[in-house]
Design a protein around this ligand. Sequence first.
Ligand code: SF4
Length: 267
Amino acid sequence: LLGEDILGSGFAFDIELRRGAGAYICGEETALFESIEGKRGEPRNKPPFPVEVGLFGSPTAINNVETLANIPLILELGGESYARIGTAGSTGPKLFCLSGHVARPGVYEVEFGATLRDLIELAGGVPDDRAIKAILLGGAAGVFVGPDQLDLPLTFEATRAAGATLGSGVIMVFDETADLVETLRRIAQFFRDESCGQCVPCRVGSVRQEELLARLAAGSPVRSREEELVLLREIGQAMRDASICGLGQTASSAIESALRQPGLVAL
Ligand code: SF4
């Protein structure tokens, strides 16, 4: 029901669609506002938060499509019944995007609390029964976990306790044939390219992080390997502490998590 004076109620409501141009940073809510307002897609400093000062300076509720898609289900079932889906801390159904070394990559809907193993089985398992080397949870800004975490329940609380994250719902499986060095370099290149460049820690840090990984991968560090790894961690720390938005704050997350796991990455 859209338009002016809906059903003679005096209430007006309408929908306007704006098509984005694909910039990753415009998934950040305030960069999205800037983009819709016709400016460069750069995140704003917070506070003020969107509920106080959002789109065109007005209080704004901003949700992603997956959240809004749950509303009909909540209305249909009632809040209490809906809350019984999933776990106490993570209610409802959840979409996960399976990719990498699985037989049937795609988007799968399960209840919160399904395990990593459940999801990988839903996607047909690893081709040729090869062993799993690592799983990237949450996408490029996520965390690598090892095959010892296959029984990890996919909930906010369980992943947080395991030092991981659900992030965007991405589950990328890497089997024993995967070259994780190239994957880490690709992730670093991605953040270097997608940084909006507004703040120094992310703009410079994401470049330095990528350069450093390239040096290590090429076996040509400019100082000892150990010193290079310390520098890499310091760059990550600076980006986490001083970047304006989540892109810079998480740009080192997957890389650091992979390097924390003994023997996972041959750098
Ligand atoms: S952290 Fe990166 S993406 Fe975010 S505002 Fe700073 S430069 Fe832009």
